[in-house]
Design a protein around this ligand. Structure first.
Ligand SMILES: [Zn+2]
Length: 40
């Protein structure tokens, strides 16, 4: 269960919009589009 959520936690999918990132860093990341929007 929660397979998609697990992939988001591993950074395979953007933690913000859920699109495929093409990476697998092992922790949640955002895709390039979401990074550009920035929220710092
Ligand atoms: Zn995104």
């Amino acid at each position: 269960m929660g397979e998609f959520a697990d992939l988001i936690l591993e950074g395979v999918y953007c933690e913000s919009c859920g699109c495929y990132t093409g990476e697998e860093p092992g922790y949640p990341i955002k895709c390039e589009d979401c990074r550009e929007e920035g929220d710092e």
